[in-house]
Design a protein around this ligand. Sequence first.
Ligand SMILES: [Zn+2]
Length: 63
Amino acid sequence: MSEPDESDDLGREPMARGDEAPPNHPSASENACPDCDGSGFRYGGECETCAGRGVVIEAIGGG
Ligand SMILES: [Zn+2]
């Protein structure tokens, strides 16, 4: 059994600043962005915390 090389970023969603885990992380869960309340916009622009997605990836079950 060998893990695939994760060196290529093709097809991978870039993590937003507020993300705690990659979207494909087994224990990751999407939650409404606490900074923009899920709107994706903040201060008249794109929310930096969630990269305008309105959600952030939070790691659950981790330390
Ligand atoms: Zn946000």
